[in-house]
Design a protein around this ligand. Structure first.
Ligand code: XMP
Length: 515
């Protein structure tokens, strides 16, 4: 059975994925298509509704993104947001002009038509997120104004008989206090959706699509054991079974026992029927890192060596038809928008892999999902919780948590200290409350005393941060008792450590990792 679907037509706005996500949160399947998508293709999908997104252009200019009036005459409900609202008016005979003042930020909107299907349950005065230069100065024939603001005569308009709705602000962003209700109203009250979509439907739908695309082709996946690549690998394995080969490179910079844990899940004794190749390249990485202390140099070495190892394995397998990447939506945004920003840290797992493998096409089954949605899909696929809820772990691994030169001995120290820290955080029930937490090995050695003996050993630094987007972060206020317990266990159980420090720096000025 095909699920009911709402289509988002992308006109280049910043929040397009958020629109799709909000619709999925209403249990309605949603996909995004370019505004260039042919009308016949749209008709063939038989959508329950169509949402037009915002965008940076002015709809009255000649080469701006547009759509033919036919879109509004198919009998399918349409909701235009921001640019989408203006375009709807423009195409249907209304007027859009440049405003004297730009409306930007949280704005009070006054609802004029309280019984509008889209504003059911919404307060008469409500805070919305505005971001526009142009404004609708005249609605198209058949439309009535349903909301306004102090500066904007048409904050919303509708032609209810034709199921056409225009909203100047952005209901998809959280700053719009009742935006979720408005989108909910659109998909249920206007489009008449039944809301029978859940994450298991995404999984089923993706498996079907992957099967169709891959046929009897060969598929290769670089598996790191992280959430995204694990979910992508399991999805593929459910779809194409042993046509899939996963290569897992153990670079010796993983957390304690992590290589074995990944192998237990995906290897020959695990739950999945896939060809799993573990490459134990620890010594090779330590060799390349010997004597290197500069953080960016370490990252480059680890990244390059990773590609070389993967390349060698891929050559053994020979040409494949598809290469799987666990790209998720935030990666897509970062690689798209990050072009002008300064490189603070080069993340080796973004880009780099494809060119070293002989393949025909890339498969990115998670490209439209946010992290929490990937986790939901992972649970749906039956992946163990300890993998699904893993905290972020950098591609270069402990290589950037050991200040200065990386050696096998230092890796062992930081692994043992980190394992104790993680265990105690979990014992205190804090493991799902903290954004990211780990132990790092400072390169500092200092004098201590243990059992009447002088020691001259390393200091371990503990870090725990709360963050939403990982761009900024605050150090987490861990209970003193937890810090004391962790400290005493590390000093007692990990050789060559005689001091434990807790890092309370925020980001900025610090970064989350130490290097
Ligand atoms: P920073 O240290 O830049 O970390 O504040 C932000 C987030 O990115 C992760 N991180 C990395 N991830 N390769 C990665 O894949 C890297 O080189 C790298 N450096 C930092 C870090 O763990 C945090 O989640």
């Amino acid at each position: 059975m095909k699920n009911e679907v709402v289509i988002v037509l992308d006109f280049g706005g910043q929040y397009n994925q958020l629109v799709a996500r909000r619709v999925r949160e209403c249990n309605v399947y949603c996909e995004i298509y370019s505004y260039k998508t042919d009308i016949e293709k749209i008709k063939a999908m038989n959508p329950k509704g169509i949402i037009l997104t915002g965008g940076p252009n002015s709809c009255y200019e000649a080469d701006s993104p547009t759509y033919s009036a036919e879109l509004f005459k198919m009998g399918v409900p349409v909701l235009g947001l921001c640019y989408g609202a203006q375009l709807m008016m423009h195409v249907l005979g209304g007027k859009v002009e440049r405003a004297n003042v730009r409306e930007y930020g949280k704005t009070e909107v006054l609802i004029d038509k309280q019984d509008s299907k889209i504003f059911q349950g919404v307060s008469p005065r409500t805070i919305c997120w505005m971001s526009h230069f142009d404004y609708i100065s005249q609605t198209a024939p058949g439309f009535s104004i349903t909301a306004h603001t102090a500066d904007c005569p048409v904050a919303a308009a509708e032609n209810a008989a034709e199921a056409l709705y225009a909203i100047q602000f952005h209901p998809e962003v959280l700053h719009t206090a009742q935006g979720k209700e408005m989108l909910h109203n659109f998909v249920y009250n206007v489009c008449g959706c039944a809301g029978d979509w859940k994450m298991d439907s995404f999984v089923e739908h993706s498996i079907r699509e992957i099967r169709q695309k891959v046929g009897s082709g060969k598929v290769l996946c670089a598996l790191s054991g992280g959430v995204d690549s694990s979910v992508a690998a399991v999805l593929l394995s459910k779809a194409v079974g042993d046509q899939l080969t996963c290569v897992f490179v153990d670079h010796g910079l993983l957390r304690k026992n992590e290589g074995d844990e990944v192998e237990a899940v995906f290897g020959p004794n695990g739950a999945y029927n896939l060809n799993f190749i573990r490459v134990n390249a620890q010594e090779r990485f330590y060799g390349k890192l010997a004597g290197v202390t500069e953080p960016e140099k370490k990252r480059k070495i680890i990244g390059e060596e990773f590609i070389r190892v993967f390349e060698e394995e891929a050559k053994k397998i020979g040409a494949v038809d598809f290469l799987v990447q666990g790209t998720i939506y935030p990666d897509v945004v970062e690689s798209g928008l990050g072009g002008e920003s300064a490189v603070i840290k080069s993340h080796h797992n973004v880009g780099g892999l494809p060119s070293c493998v002989d393949f025909k096409e890339i498969l990115e089954p998670l490209r439209d999902l946010f992290k929490d949605e990937v986790r939901k899909a992972g649970l749906e696929l039956g992946i163990p919780e300890h993998l699904v809820f893993r905290q972020p772990f950098p591609g270069p691994g402990l290589g950037v948590r050991i200040i200065g030169e990386v050696t096998a001995e230092k890796v062992k120290i930081v692994q043992d200290a980190d394992a104790i820290y993680r265990e105690e955080i979990a014992n205190a029930g804090l493991d799902r409350c903290i954004g990211q937490y780990f132990a790092a090995l400072t390169n500092m050695q200092s004098v201590g005393v243990m059992g009447d003996e002088r020691t001259y050993d390393y200091a371990i630094a503990l870090r725990a941060v709360n963050t939403i987007d990982f761009m900024t972060a605050e150090s987490a206020e861990l209970p003193w008792s937890v810090l004391q317990k962790v400290t005493s266990r590390i000093i007692n159980e990990v050789s060559h450590v005689n001091r434990v420090l807790y890092d309370i720096t925020s980001k900025p000025p610090g970064t989350i990792e130490f290097e």
